[in-house]
Design a protein around this ligand. Structure first.
Ligand code: 5RP
Length: 223
């Protein structure tokens, strides 16, 4: 937890007065939002867009002003976590179920700072099962098609019920083994009718900040 916190707090140093800030989702993004809340109390003037209801609620509790998409053209900086990061800064996201809103916010952002602890670093993506958001209609068929793409798909549940995203969709966690052609896989999955999006974020991160157990924080070198 400490390594997540130190990475998160370093990222918040990049936020300046007047910025529009994307708020990520998950236990690492939580520390960033807390720190942003603290800086807002100290006088930082920013507006934010959240990537989940959970982060939106936290932002409201902390007194961070939120904006609707209708009122913005772009987001200056988004700070978000990830489940896996490779040396080219490609990511798997969606462990917390927020991949779609996270990708919409990331794609509208000039800077996407990814905050992770060292356990998330991977030589090749794929040890973490890739979350895929699918619509409930016909989900059994969509899952068969995911299997045909080489996945071992598992429909996500929570409290013995099918897990529902903030968008009312399902998540299928897809075990592919090592993902060698991430870009191709990303495209192929999103072409399946019923798939809304998947947790591969290719070429979107502009900086990756890693917190280590020994208390150090480093910016990841890009290969
Ligand atoms: C949520 C995400 C999170 O960023 C990802 O799951 C990492 O979470 P955590 O910071 O709790 O380890 O993509 O959809």
């Amino acid at each position: 937890m400490e390594s997540k916190r130190i990475a998160a707090e370093r990222a918040v140093d990049f936020i300046k007065d007047g910025m529009i800030v994307g708020l990520g989702t998950g236990s690492t993004a939580y520390f960033a939002i807390r720190k942003i809340g603290q800086r807002v109390k100290e006088g930082l003037s920013i507006k934010a867009i959240a990537t989940s209801k959970q982060s939106e609620n936290l932002a409201k509790e902390l007194g961070i002003s939120l904006l609707p998409f209708a009122e913005i053209e772009s987001i200056d900086i988004t700070i978000d976590g990830a489940d896996e990061v490779d040396a080219e800064w490609n990511l798997i996201k969606g462990g917390g179920g927020a991949l779609l809103r996270e990708k919409i916010v990331a794609s509208a952002s000039k800077q996407l700072i990814i905050i992770i602890d060292e356990s998330k670093l991977a030589e090749q993506l794929g040890a973490f099962p890739l979350p895929v958001e699918i619509v409930p209609f016909g989900y059994e068929m969509t899952i068969k098609k995911l299997r045909k793409q080489g996945a071992d798909p598992v429909l996500r549940t929570a409290d013995n019920q099918t897990y529902l995203t903030d968008n009312g969709n399902y998540i299928v966690d897809c075990h592919f083994g090592k993902i060698t052609r991430a870009e191709e896989l990303h495209q192929a999955l999103n072409l399946i009718p019923g798939v809304v999006d998947n947790g591969l974020f290719i070429g979107m991160a502009t900086l990756v900040i890693v917190g280590y157990q020994d208390g150090t924080v480093k910016e990841l070198l890009k290969m």
